[in-house]
Design a protein around this ligand. Structure first.
Ligand SMILES: C[S@@+](CC[C@H](N)C(=O)[O-])C[C@H]1O[C@@H](n2cnc3c(N)ncnc32)[C@H](O)[C@@H]1O
Length: 304
């Protein structure tokens, strides 16, 4: 376990919406290494933070990091945000003041070749955020039909060469296991036209993104999860969501729009907030980040 923590994205922008100057509860649905949670604890001395993550390693890192300084004001739980209502009910917490979703994958996960998220090196194609359960990327590549694989690459990776890549996957898997990152990268490089192999980022980036989304069912139930977070806010409470690709942002945008149209929420950000050039320069992973924020309106039926 390294002390090289994931660098939280758009800290000032998120904190400007989440900080409270009175006793309050903040729910961090994607604790990761605890970077955003740390800022909340530091800057809002009367706030108690509850953090969820499905990744046991991230939880150990965050706990060790935050317990030292903020032990009494912080609780980290191995919990899936798609089970938010039952987890909060189990804690006896009916309402929170602020909620943060920082979607996607952490640098710790990306930079650990043994987790299989990264296209660098010969790590096993795993990609599970919770390595204790679920299907690995290797299993998907070796067992899904050509149609299913093409759908995943197209829908979750927006990969224009999906068919060509799938054809190559089907051919290679007849002969050998597709079980490490370098084997998959070779397949993608062979399948796509020569001109597409350079420029526009790593040629296998979209394929890896698509597989990661499928392995972790990242888009399934995302709208439900965001609504669950929202309906656990007290009236006047604030929810912030950081997303990193257009598919996620589309779900966040449409969920916030319908909450605003029904009069239950006020959109604090009408357009998504994006990071300053300076942040992108020092942390390239912030490049695609989009921040959207809503505030829960006070309504006669809020408590029903
Ligand atoms: C971008 S990182 C969060 C980084 C964090 N804000 C920080 O500053 O260190 C996203 C985290 O969400 C976690 N995650 C992904 N899906 C989840 C889910 N369904 N429930 C809870 N946590 C999840 C991942 O394991 C990962 O640690």
């Amino acid at each position: 376990m390294t002390e090289d923590f994931h660098r939280p994205v758009m800290v000032l922008e998120t904190m400007s919406h989440l900080l409270q100057d009175r006793p309050s509860i903040h729910l961090d649905c994607t604790l990761g290494d605890g970077g955003h949670a740390l800022e909340v604890l530091r800057r809002s001395p009367e706030t108690f933070v509850i953090g969820f993550d499905v990744d046991g390693e991230a939880l150990s890192v965050a706990k060790e990091r935050l317990d030292r300084e903020f032990g009494g004001r912080f609780l980290a739980l191995k919990a899936d945000y798609r089970r938010l209502p039952e987890v909060l009910a189990g804690l006896g917490v009916p309402r929170v003041d602020t909620v943060l979703y920082d979607l996607g994958v952490s640098s710790r996960q990306l930079d650990s070749p043994e987790r299989g998220f990264s296209y660098w090196g010969d790590g096993p194609l795993d990609m599970r955020m919770d390595p204790e359960k679920g299907t690995t990327a290797r299993d998907i590549l070796m067992t899904y039909s050509g149609e299913e694989l093409a759908r995943i690459l197209r829908d979750y990776g927006e990969e224009r060469f999906a068919r060509r890549i799938v054809r190559e996957i089907l051919k290679v898997r007849e002969e050998r296991e597709i079980d490490t990152a370098d084997v998959l990268v070779d397949i993608v490089k062979r399948a796509i036209p020569v001109g597409a192999r350079t420029g526009g980022g790593h040629p296998a980036r979209k394929t890896f993104q698509a597989l990661r989304i499928e392995v972790n069912n990242e888009l399934g139930l995302l709208q439900r999860a965001i609504l669950d977070g929202f309906y656990h806010l007290r009236p006047g409470g604030v929810m912030a969501v950081l997303s990193y690709h257009s598919l996620e942002d589309r779900v966040v945008k449409s969920t916030f729009r319908s909450l605003s149209e029904s009069g239950e929420a006020r959109r604090v950000t009408l357009k998504p907030v994006t990071p300053e050039a300076e942040e992108v320069e020092t942390n390239p992973r912030a490049r695609s980040a989009k921040l959207r924020v809503v505030k829960r309106e006070m309504r006669h039926d809020t408590f029903i």
